[in-house]
Structure formats: C-alpha cells, structure tokens
Design a protein around this ligand. Structure first.
Ligand code: FAD
Length: 470
C-alpha cells in the first residue's frame, strides 16, 4: 500500500523524525504522499504569527517543488478531509506524522486516530518537536516537576534522541507528486491564502537560513551569550525561536551544535533555555486548561481592571514609558521581542495597568513570529505570578529601574522611539521627570514630543499588591 506523511509544524527535511521513518519503511513499488491540512479553525492570515507560519509552509512547499516533489493540500474539517484523501488515493494504509503534545493539535490528532483506526489505516506517530517529550522527564514517583531547577537537573542527565540524516535519493524515488487528476480544492485555498500575504519574511525563512543563523550564533555569539543575552540593544541571542516553533530547524540539531562547542558559561545557559522550552511544554501538557486558568488556584479569582484606552496604548507603544514603548514597537514592527522586554512589558500590562494576563497572552499570540502556545502561556503566567515557578507577586518590576539596568544608554529606546532620539542619555528613561531641565538646557518641549506616562508606577504597584493579597 501507499503511505501518507502528514506535515504539521515540521517544515524541514533534515532530521524530521516522521519523514525519515516513512522513507526507511517504504518498500519497492510503494509511494509516499506529502499532505498538508489547511484547518479553517487556525487560518488567521491577518495576524503576524499566522502570516509567518503560512510563509514558512509556503517556503517549504517551494523547496519541495525544487526537489521535484509536490504537496497535496486539504482544506476543511479534518475528518471530512481525510475521508476525501482516502477516497482520492486508493491503497493508503499507513500514515506518518510528528506528534503535537498539547492543545488543539493534540485533540485533532486524537480525533483523527480514532477515524483512521476505523478505516484500517495504521498510524505511526513520533516525538520530534522537543528534546524531551512531556512524559519523558518525570520525578521518581512519575509525577511531574513543578520547579524548573529540579526538572532541569533531571533533563540534563537524560539521554537525548539522536539527530538523523535524510536519504534524499530514496526520497525522490518514492514520493508521489502527480496530483493532476485529483480534487484541487485544497491547492486552490492554499494559493488564495498565499496571494493574501503581504509580509516579506524571506530573510528569516527556510531550512537554509535557519542553519546559517544557527552557525552564525554558535561561531560568534554563544560564548558571550550569558552576558549579552541580557541587553536588548545588543544582538546577543540566537534568533532561532521562529525556526524552532515552525520546525524549520530541528531542536536536536541546535542542541548538538551547542554541545560540540567548547565549554563556556554562554553554552551552559543557552542549553538551559532549550530546557525551558521543554519545561513549558511539559507544564502545559499536565495543565491542559492553562490557557484560561491560572495554575495557582487562589489567583483564579483576581478582579482585574480593564481600561480599554490603556490597553490600546500598551499595544501601540504609547504608554509614556520609553522602554515599554520601544519594546511594543519592536513587536509590531518585527514580530519579535527580546526576552527581557517580554518580561518587562508583560509585567507592566499586568501589574501597572492591572489588566488580565490573558489579554496580553492573546495579543502576543497574534503578533509573535515565534508564537508557541506553551512558551507564551508559560511566560505570561510567569510574569503574572500565577504559574508554576513564577515570579512572586510582590516582586514587581519597576519599568524605570529595568530600563536603566538593561538599556543604560537608551540605545534600544532611541532605535524604536524615534521622537526621543535627541534626548540626552541621563533623561531618556523618564523624560517627563526632567521636563524643566530639558526645556531650560536644551530647549526641548517634551510635551510636544512624546506622550506623558499613562499611570504612576508607585500607585499602581500598591494596587497590584492589594489585588494579589488574597
Ligand atoms: P535565545 O535566548 O537565543 O534562546 C534560545 C531558544 O531557547 C529560543 O529560541 C527558544 O526556543 C528557547 N527559549 C529561550 N527562552 C525561553 C523561555 N523563557 N521559555 C521557553 N523557551 C525559551 N518563546 C517562544 O518561542 N514563543 C513564544 O510565544 C514566547 N512567548 C513568551 C512570552 C513571554 C511573556 C515571555 C516572558 C517569554 C516568551 N517566550 C516565548 C520565551 C522567549 O522570550 C523567546 O523564546 C526568546 O526571546 C526567543 O528569542 P531567541 O531565539 O533569540 O532566544
């Protein structure tokens, strides 16, 4: 019979576990059909995160075409689509895919598995997206870790799966690419969506760019990562997150590349970040309601405030806090934000504007090119002090102190908040406080230049402490 490879968030050839297993299993005279299911529930081409995801799919499709391979696209409700697939191609008896362990991906998968069983199609599914799947790194009594450091120690000591090379010669022999006589609805939808794309991500897309980015980071930045990663004005982090979330890069390849580098604190901390990625996936797996629900029970009844005007100002980078505004503008311009700034802006929304973390989580989910549901919820629940191993509620970030510490010369601020370009460094973090000096010594009327702070940090901090004191 023939086999199907269900492509999901794994847009690559190298070390793609499901793909390589399919190739190894296939016998002479059998074919492999690449399919992609366009799910109407997930398509939101107007958001940056989906536009990036879709562009990655498109880039993968183009690299398939270059190899003489085609993808069969399905569009619609999942079971209807797979039913059509089985009718269109006779003789399908095996399906290969990489597992999505949580959320919607998981529930779709479970539904499909039941259906395929009824149709006598054998399912071969693989853990591929993380170094360790959620169930792999557990305590001695098989319960899951709640504290990252303990998880990390066990994680470090666990053997990582091997990176596998693909046999391209065999691939081109077995793949079925002639879909000319088949139902074209999925392909039409794909092309329609592609025509709607108006972002150009070509610099940050594809297996080749991903690998170049990885090599660049390893050679030039890894050894100083421990220090430089703290500062948004430096380009000290790997920028691999969007390649990892879309599977354009294998996390095993990233791990191996780091492992082969000489010892350094940078290397150690970088590998620890990969463990955070697994940790949050594991937490979400064991807390499937985490999307809506705080892990810490007593914080499920916090009375959040909601001021629409403030929420819009936060999103548009018009809060009057230069570091917050610079960060939020980076997010809307680039679809990416430095980790330190994700923490500061999240904390600001929650503990200065007293707005429900779920709204911030949702906004990030639409804006980030590296949007990953588990890491995003994990990050937001961390900042909101309501998750596992989160920042304690009384340790509230002061946006001015953070700004001075992590952008001491205001370089990052000036890059994104152009109206503050000419403000002397000593006033850049809170220009309104120095209104008089700016006017007298520099002839600058800050009121004309920039928005005044929308809240007073001290007052809001007090309110936040009261809200959490339950
Ligand atoms: P590097 O510093 O080079 O880290 C290397 C890799 O490790 C990253 O690519 C990422 O895969 C992983 N990683 C690093 N930090 C974390 C972390 N704290 N949690 C999980 N994985 C991590 N990361 C996402 O990938 N998707 C998200 O949607 C996301 N949302 C976040 C929301 C908030 C509020 C916060 C505080 C953090 C969020 N993060 C998210 C984690 C982190 O900010 C990004 O992974 C990182 O900034 C990506 O840049 P980089 O690849 O240069 O990171």
């Amino acid at each position: 019979g023939n086999s199907v490879l269900w492509i999901r968030n794994d847009f690559r050839f190298h070390d793609n576990t499901a793909l390589i297993s399919a190739i190894n299993d296939i016998k002479d005279n059998e074919n492999l059909i690449f399919i992609y299911h366009l799910d109407p529930e997930l398509i939101k081409i107007e958001t940056t995160s989906y536009a990036y995801f879709f562009s990655s799919l498109n880039s993968y499709y183009e690299s398939c075409l270059k190899k003489g391979l085609d993808i069969y696209f399905l569009y619609g409700e999942i079971l209807t689509c797979f039913d059509t697939l089985l009718n269109e191609f006779s003789n399908i008896d095996k399906i290969y895919y990489n597992i999505i362990e949580c959320g919607y991906g998981k529930s779709q998968e479970q539904k499909l598995n039941r259906f395929l069983k009824r149709k006598n199609v054998e399912v071969f599914s693989f853990y591929d997206h993380h170094l360790h799947s959620a169930n792999k790194v557990l305590k001695e009594d098989n319960s899951h870790y709640k504290v990252f450091t303990h998880y990390y120690n066990k994680w470090m000591g666990s053997k990582k799966p091997e990176e596998q090379n693909i046999d391209y010669a065999k691939l081109s022999e077995i793949i079925l690419s002639d879909f000319s006589k088949k139902d074209p609805i999925g392909k039409e939808k794909f092309i329609e969506l592609r025509n709607l794309l108006n972002n150009d991500f070509s610099m940050f897309i594809g297996e080749e760019n991903a690998r170049e980015c990885l090599a660049d980071f390893m050679n030039a930045k890894l050894c100083s990562y421990n220090e430089n990663r703290e500062y948004p004005f430096l380009d000290g982090t790997s920028h691999l997150s969007h390649y990892l979330t879309t599977g354009q890069l294998s996390v095993r390849e990233v791990f191996n590349a780091a492992t082969m580098m000489p010892s350094s604190l940078g290397k150690e901390i970088f590998i620890k970040e990969l463990a955070w990625r697994d940790f949050y996936n594991m937490i979400y797996y064991f807390h499937p309601n985490q999307h809506n629900e705080e892990i810490i029970e007593k914080y499920r009844c916090i009375n959040w405030e909601y001021d629409e005007g403030n929420f819009i100002k936060w999103k548009s980078g018009l809060t009057g806090f230069p570091i917050i505004d610079a960060a939020m503008r980076q997010l809307s311009e680039e679809g990416w934000m430095h980790n330190r700034l994700r923490m500061i802006t999240a904390s600001f929304l929650i503990k200065d504007l007293l707005i429900d973390w779920r709204l911030g989580e949702k906004y990030f989910s639409e804006m980030l090119i590296d949007y990953d549901i588990a890491s995003n919820i994990g990050g937001w629940q961390w900042a909101a002090s309501v998750g596992t191993d989160a920042v304690p509620y009384f340790r509230i970030f002061n946006p001015i102190t953070q700004s001075k510490k992590y952008d001491p010369e205001g370089k990052f601020i000036k890059r994104y908040v152009k109206e503050l370009e000419d403000i002397p460094t000593q006033y850049i973090h809170e220009p309104f406080k120095f209104k008089k000096q700016l006017e007298e010594n520099y002839g600058i009327d800050i009121k004309k230049l920039y928005v005044s702070p929308i809240v007073d940090h001290k007052t809001q901090r007090q309110k936040a402490l009261e809200m959490f004191n339950i």
